[in-house]
Ligand binder design. Structure first.
Ligand code: ADP
Ligand code: 5GP
Length: 210
């Protein structure tokens, strides 16, 4: 685990609730931000780019990665493996970047365990009917896959109280504003200002006076 001053923002919540849309907005508008690109065994969707949306690998390669302790966390979601690689995260944190995760609720629990002061937002729609509409309108998944994602959503909702913030993503412009505001506040979190540096500065003031 990194002892470095860090800014971590986790976006989690049901598939189709708007996480990718909001992440694109954050990437466009925040400086010094690093998006954690996950590795997955799920098939690539039309329009997805290797190394931009995900690293797409076979089950065999993923399981080898688990064996080699490549992942900070990994989980099986909707029947496929998804995992976050440790090395790029540590590098980005050491470089002082804001690290952004789009992970499921199991991944959220793991990240909170490792980085106690990570900040998280649960992104959701008002109800399951709207979620179904969004998944259908996105036109990236079959009916079967959509049904599976809706079933998973009912379980994901049970974890809402483990999050710092909850965003019911209705008005997209308002939601974009909210995530951007939360991201900006992370620059003012206490761990960004190590006590040693403060004491040194204040001690210096006292010495100057004396
Ligand atoms: P996720 O990454 O959580 O699976 P997406 O960002 O892919 O979700 O969003 C799912 C679909 O809903 C996309 O077609 C997206 O354009 C649309 N969408 C996102 N936010 C809103 C919103 N506030 N109102 C209406 N449609 C939205
Ligand atoms: P999708 O297939 O829609 O891209 O993602 C399905 C789910 O997997 C989403 O809830 C997404 O947040 C989650 N997910 C993506 N990457 C990771 C990861 O590295 N770890 C975990 N635990 N979940 C992930």
């Amino acid at each position: 685990m990194s002892n470095h001053a860090y800014r971590i923002l986790v976006l989690a919540g049901p598939s189709g609730s708007g996480k990718s849309t909001l992440i694109s907005h954050l990437l466009e508008h925040c400086h010094d931000i690093y998006f954690s690109i996950s590795t997955t065994t799920r098939p690539k969707r039309v329009g997805e780019v290797e190394g931009q949306h995900y690293y797409f690998v076979s089950q065999e390669v993923f399981e080898r990665g688990i064996g080699n302790k490549q992942f900070l966390e990994w989980a099986k979601v909707h029947g496929h493996y998804y995992g976050t690689s440790l090395e790029p995260i540590n590098k980005a944190l050491k470089a002082g970047k804001l690290v952004l995760f789009d992970i499921d609720v199991q991944g959220h629990r793991s990240v909170k365990e490792l980085y106690k002061k990570a900040t998280s937002i649960f992104i959701t729609t008002k109800n399951i009917h709207i979620l179904r509409q969004r998944l259908e309108q996105r036109r990236t998944d079959s009916c079967e896959v959509i049904e599976r994602r809706l079933q998973t959503a009912l379980q994901e909702i049970q974890e809402v109280e483990l999050f710092d913030y909850v965003l019911i993503n209705e008005d997209l412009e308002l939601s974009k504003k909210m995530v951007l505001e939360v991201a900006h506040t992370l620059g003012y979190k206490q761990q960004m200002f190590p006590k040693e540096a403060f004491c040194e500065a204040w001690g210096g003031c006292m010495r100057d006076k004396g």
